[in-house]
Write a protein of this length. Structure first.
Length: 478
């Protein structure tokens, strides 16, 4: 028994460090990024360090902050992503366990009876009692297990980055839908204000019709214009309901309590102050999807070594120690001992090309992972450039829309006065009112697109990635 224990107590430090490690030693790929952004920065953007953590607080909207907190706590997709991290960590533990011996404890009792029809004395019944240990240890002589652990470690880190990426997308989607809700509320206000003006036009045409000053077509045109504007309101309310319902899902609640969180309209949130976007090289450090792609590349590279280890012999130490007896009362006596131990090896010297093809598979998958990593970097640069373009050009558009709104209001007022004095026809009034409504509506849409553009920018820069477990399991019902 003492010899058995000594045999399996050989430390890993004696056997493994002197062994070679098959496969490819991973090094982070050289990443080429532009030296600067192609889009010129607008006045409220700068090339300084980007402020990514808690970017939504820059909008100075307490409701948005609350919704983000609720999403972090209760979003189911985020909870699933975190469980995948837990799964990857447990899988890593499984891989690491292969470095150590495995020991099974077993026991049993069997009742046997010999046949009386075999031509030998039979018909006897006996019991056979056993208990003992079976142990085995496959020595990681060529590093296949260590490569497996290396892959598992990188997989865990990749899962953590994917969790962060889910968080980035979640917070951005919450902000997008919240901005959509506030934008639609402003558009409804604009429509209602124009409805009041158009009602005045209907009343004016009726008065002038009653006085015999204008034809009935003026009144019918005014009523048509008013009804057309009113018809927009239900469409906008439906769009708002869809956005609220989406928000409810994102924060893990039902629509009705989500409405209570939204409260009264606070206008379209816009970030205050200058926003730093950093330089393109910052993307590699900031975007979790790029970091996840790099970790997936590292995990896949290690699997080449796992496959190559099958080309080489496997060495193992195995043994068993049992107590065997025909009677339970003397099973634990030293005379019941039965044991065996010794080294063994296994070497697959012919597999019809299976192992080499498995290595080729892992090498091809590694190249795919490398191209995916490069594509993630290109995609990141593309998204930042698009966001910068949106913010910059939409702000220029808003500036022109502000001018258009003011001038169209002035025109409408002048035309309306001229109509009251009988100096112009009502069609000119209709055109002026429609132009005012369209310009005001487009201005609100532009303000919403600018706010959404900032969200896209912070998302594309990898903003909001603090690793924190969701608490969805503690929140109970939505």
């Amino acid at each position: 028994m003492r010899t058995f224990r000594r045999f399996f107590a050989l430390p890993l430090s004696v056997l493994i460090p002197s062994c070679m490690v098959v496969g490819v030693d991973y090094t982070s790929p050289d990443t080429i990024t532009p030296d600067y952004w192609n889009q010129n920065l607008s006045s409220d953007l700068n090339s300084g360090n980007s402020s990514l953590e808690s970017w939504w607080t820059k909008f100075n909207d307490s409701t948005l902050n609350l919704l983000i907190d609720k999403a972090r706590e209760s979003n189911r997709d985020l909870a699933i992503a975190y469980e995948r991290v837990s799964e990857a960590r447990a899988s890593r533990g499984v891989s690491r366990s292969a470095l150590f011996p495995s020991v099974d404890f077993n026991g049993g009792v069997t009742r046997n009876r010999t046949s009386e029809n075999l031509g030998i004395p039979g018909g006897k019944t006996s019991d056979f009692w056993t208990t003992g240990l079976d142990a085995g240890w496959e020595i990681d002589f060529f590093g296949g297990v260590r490569r497996s652990i290396e892959s598992a470690d990188a997989t865990v880190e990749g899962a953590e980055e994917l969790y962060r990426d889910t968080m980035v997308s979640l917070f951005a989607e919450v902000a997008f839908n919240y901005i959509q809700v506030r934008t639609i509320e402003r558009r409804i206000q604009v429509a209602e204000n124009n409805i009041k003006l158009q009602k005045n036009s209907v009343d004016l045409t009726r008065d002038r019709l009653d006085a015999g000053l204008v034809p009935e077509t003026d009144t019918s045109q005014a009523e048509t214009n008013l009804a057309t504007t009113k018809a927009i309101i239900p469409l906008l309310r439906n769009e708002r309901s869809i956005a609220v319902n989406r928000l409810a899902t994102l924060i893990g609640r039902f629509p009705q309590p989500t409405e209570s969180l939204l409260g009264k309209s606070k206008g379209i949130p816009t970030p205050k102050g200058s926003a730093g976007v950093g330089i393109p090289a910052d993307l590699v450090r900031a975007r979790p999807d790029i970091r996840a792609a790099e970790r997936q590349l590292a995990a896949q590279t290690a699997l080449i070594g796992v496959a190559e280890a099958d080309l080489l012999p496997r060495f193992a130490l195995t043994g068993n120690f049992e107590l065997q007896s025909l009677h339970a009362n003397n099973l634990l006596e030293s005379s019941s001992r039965n044991y065996g131990f010794g080294p063994s090896f296994r070497w697959n010297i012919f597999s019809a090309g299976r192992i080499k093809n498995e290595i080729a598979i892992e090498e091809s998958r590694t190249k795919q992972a490398f191209y995916s990593y490069q594509n993630a970097v290109l995609k990141g640069v593309e998204e930042v450039e698009n966001s910068l373009s949106t913010v910059r050009n939409e702000r220029d558009r808003l500036s022109q829309l502000n001018t258009a709104v003011e001038s169209s209001r002035k025109t409408e007022s002048l035309v309306y006065s001229s109509y009251e004095e009988g100096l112009t026809d009502f069609q000119t009034v209709l055109d002026a009112q429609r132009t005012v409504f369209d310009n005001e509506d487009q201005r609100v849409i532009s303000e919403g697109q600018i706010a959404a553009g900032y969200v896209s920018l912070y998302k594309s820069l990898g903003g909001g990635t603090k690793m924190k477990p969701p608490t969805v399991e503690k929140t109970g019902k939505p």
